[in-house]
Write a protein that binds this ligand. Structure first.
Ligand code: GDP
Ligand code: ZN
Length: 461
């Protein structure tokens, strides 16, 4: 394929001492060469691939030195885009990196669209679609764990699994064809049915397993939406503040998203929490009072995690009990705060209300017990399997939606076989499942969908 040469700043603006302007395309090396002045008249068009060169960029209009740079030259196909790629490392300030970008644009490059580098890697066959999306997730990954999921996907773990499932389906379809065309035995009909059932079930089980991990994957990527509830004055705001202060607040750098709701992301031992910072959610002191238990259940239902705060130095009240009712069945951690004050709370009663949920005691005033709370949060969401790192996660919502459809289709196929629907009808469902799985890895996908997906990427990636 042939493309023009694109360029963009590929490091976050205003961060770090060094910034990179990246070029990709047939003319990438020539364009950089026009601007570059190295030692002993070294020319970039003459250098070996995958080498880095110190020098200056000159402004061709004035002949003056514009920037001190290090330039990496990488010839295709062994590059991210499979095209010739040049990376110009320059000083990190906005002014100098912009000057470099302007120079390469004037020398013949075109400003890249958001995600265009990754799109080229996809179109040039360097990566498949789920890998391309993983690059996007990487850019957005908010914690180390989320990063690992994205990395695993980029290495093609999800792709491999999907490809294996598609292969199973394809082989089954081929077998069915053969059986129908060349019936060797009288009971070929029954044999075909049995084989279809067996394979369909196999594929169904694998897809189900994959979908079961999807919730965890989503949590890793987007953060657990966490709501702190409790009566007035029990210490909700204090809890929120101490969680934000003790843990690195995660700065999100997703460009172009406007948010009505300001969220605070904190990373608690690898668990990303999204503390919703809206009136009435951050402070839910009297929502139960105001709208009643049933309604508040509706509000709280959206939350992944509830932190229910009680006051150690006060009697349990009807309000407290209503809160327990409102969060029944959800992931709850009960926190008894103000243990520095004399006890008034009835612990037996608290334990009864708490049931199997984790229970921690804190004195937020004296900074006691927050560690235990963090421990409890981590234990709740990273018990066992998720630590091992060799599970294939789906965390991308497009993948999840397609998997759901594929699962639904294969279940229809199974129901069809079981109720004696003619084989050629069942074949349609099989083929459809195969197609849906293909869409996850970008085969048989519609062009406009590709454009839409890649436009979500950050510029310069
Ligand atoms: P909220 O109304 O539930 O958000 O409670 P706040 O966090 O605003 O706290 C109410 C009051 O309790 C404030 O004066 C806090 O300083 C105080 N407080 C919070 N935690 C503790 C604690 O562990 N011990 C004591 N003695 N006071 C606390
Ligand atoms: Zn408060």
């Amino acid at each position: 394929m042939e493309f023009d040469t694109i360029a963009a700043i590929s490091t976050p603006l205003g961060e770090g001492a060094i910034a990179i302007v990246r070029l990709s395309g047939d003319e990438a090396i020539q364009i950089a060469d026009k601007l570059f002045r190295g030692k002993r008249n070294k020319r970039l068009i003459d250098v070996q691939t995958h080498t880095i060169h110190y020098g200056h960029l000159l402004d061709p209009k004035t002949g003056e030195v514009a920037e001190e740079v290090m330039v990496s030259v990488m010839k295709g196909p062994h590059t991210f885009t499979k095209e010739d790629v040049v990376e110009i490392n320059c000083h990190g300030g906005i002014v100098s990196v912009n000057r470099v970008l302007q120079l390469v644009l004037r020398a013949g490059a075109r400003l890249a669209e958001p995600g265009e580098f990754t799109k080229r890697a996809f179109l040039n066959g360097r990566i498949d679609l789920s890998q391309a999306e993983a690059v996007m997730d990487l850019i957005r990954a908010k914690t180390d764990r989320a990063m690992n999921v994205a990395l695993g996907q980029m290495e093609g773990r999800l792709s491999k699994l999907i490809q294996r499932l598609r292969q199973e389906i394809l082989e089954t379809l081929a077998h069915v064809e053969v059986n129908i065309d060349y019936p060797e035995y009288d009971d070929v009909e029954e044999m075909t049915h049995n084989m279809l059932l067996e394979k369909a079930n196999l594929v169904r089980v694998e897809m189900k397993k994959l979908l079961e991990t999807s919730q965890q994957g989503k949590i890793l990527r987007e953060g657990l939406s966490t709501v702190i509830v409790g009566r007035p004055n029990v210490g909700k705001s204090s809890l929120l503040n101490s969680l934000v202060q003790e843990n690195k607040a995660i700065v999100t750098d997703i460009p172009g998203t406007t948010r009505d709701v300001i969220e605070e992301y904190v990373n608690v031992r690898g668990v990303p929490l999204r503390l919703l910072d809206t009136a009435g959610i951050r402070e839910t002191e009297d929502i139960v009072e105001r709208i009643g238990v049933e309604k508040s259940r509706q509000v709280l239902k959206e939350a992944d995690l509830i932190l229910l705060v009680l006051n150690y130095s006060d009697d349990l009240t009807k309000e407290d009990e209503n809160l327990f009712k409102a969060v029944e069945g959800m992931d709850v951690i009960v926190i008894i705060n103000k243990t520095d004050l004399p006890q008034k709370i009835d612990m037996e009663k608290v334990k009864e209300l708490t049931g199997k949920s984790p229970l921690v005691t804190t004195s937020l005033l004296e900074d006691q017990g927050v560690d235990d709370l963090e421990e409890a949060i981590a234990a709740l969401f990273f018990s066992g399997s998720i630590e091992t790192g060799d599970i294939t996660y789906v965390s991308n919502s497009r993948h999840i939606a397609l998997l759901h459809q594929a699962l639904h289709t294969i279940e229809e196929a199974i129901a069809g076989v079981e109720s004696g629907v003619p084989i050629d009808i069942v074949q349609i469902d099989f083929t459809r499942t195969w197609e849906l799985l293909g869409e996850i890895i970008g085969e048989s996908i519609h062009e406009s969908l590709i454009d839409q997906l890649f436009s979500q990427f950050c510029l310069g990636k």
